[in-house]
Design a binder for this molecule. Structure first.
Ligand code: ATP
Length: 236
């Protein structure tokens, strides 16, 4: 059984059919990327999975459980963490407070302290600056904080929306290296990226979205070799 499964999912914003009959799955330990033009429905799929957008029809299962009507906080508690587009860190709060916010669903003080320590080991720059307002961090550091904050809920799966947006190439490499290391530790990841070529290079599989529908899917390597996908989405 896949960890995450969407079956014929539709999401509407009023009259706008943002996601149309999307079926996809993510296996345990897989990194899967959604690519497609602006407005293709990628973010909406992530929002539907984390309960922030309601599906009009279809089925949504996490670990075999129907989550179509589950509240966002309960979805986090079930083990799905969403790292939203634009990072959305609380600029005036300290880095540490931002991290602790990621653990808001948890009550296990010792586990939270352990995971905080783990975040700081993984992101040493966050430790150095833990008392500073998050707004003083660079864009790349804020993205790292957003990922670390999502990990503070102790998830089994991470939804990542445009982690490389607006970052310099070297910082983007750093972010993808972090994703590789999370993946090597067994984390399951569903990724949305504009930077399709790079994202596919760090993924097992991908789905190409076009106007809310899946236009192509396959192994990441095969998509990277597909002339049609290359021409339309990878700027070749
Ligand atoms: P981007 O990379 O630009 O975020 P995307 O592929 O993630 O694009 P979505 O943000 O999921 O696309 O948007 C899908 C469609 O739904 C678009 O036509 C968009 O204009 C529309 N849409 C998204 N959010 C809303 C909203 N809150 N209200 C109305 N329409 C929306």
């Amino acid at each position: 059984m896949p960890l995450l499964e969407l079956d014929q999912v539709c999401v509407n914003y009023g009259a706008v059919k943002a996601v149309r009959d999307v079926s996809l799955y993510v296996e345990h330990g897989e990194v899967v990327t959604l690519i497609g033009a602006n407005g293709a429905g990628k973010s909406t799929i992530l929002r539907a999975v984390s309960g922030l957008a309601r599906i009009a029809s279809g089925a949504l299962r996490f670990s075999g459980t129907d989550i179509a009507k589950t509240r966002p906080d309960a979805i986090v508690r079930a083990g799905l963490a969403h790292c939203p587009e634009g990072r959305q860190v609380l600029a005036r709060q300290s880095i540490e407070d931002n991290l602790l916010l990621g653990a808001y669903i948890r009550k296990d003080k010792d586990g939270i302290a352990r995971d905080l320590e783990k975040s700081y080991t993984m992101f040493p720059r966050l430790r150095e600056r833990r008392r500073q307002p998050a707004g003083t961090l660079s864009g790349g550091e804020q993205q790292m904080l957003a990922i670390a904050r999502a990990l503070m809920s102790s998830p089994r799966m991470l939804l990542l929306d445009e982690p490389s947006l607006g970052l310099a190439p070297l910082v983007v490499e750093e972010i993808f290296a972090i994703l590789d290391s999370l993946s090597a530790q067994g984390m399951t990841i569903l990724l949305v990226e504009q930077n399709a070529r790079l994202a596919l290079a760090h993924s097992h599989r991908g789905y190409v979205l076009e106007s809310g529908q899946i236009a192509a899917t396959g192994e990441a390597r095969a998509l990277l070799d597909d002339d049609r996908v290359l021409a339309a989405y990878l700027g070749a």
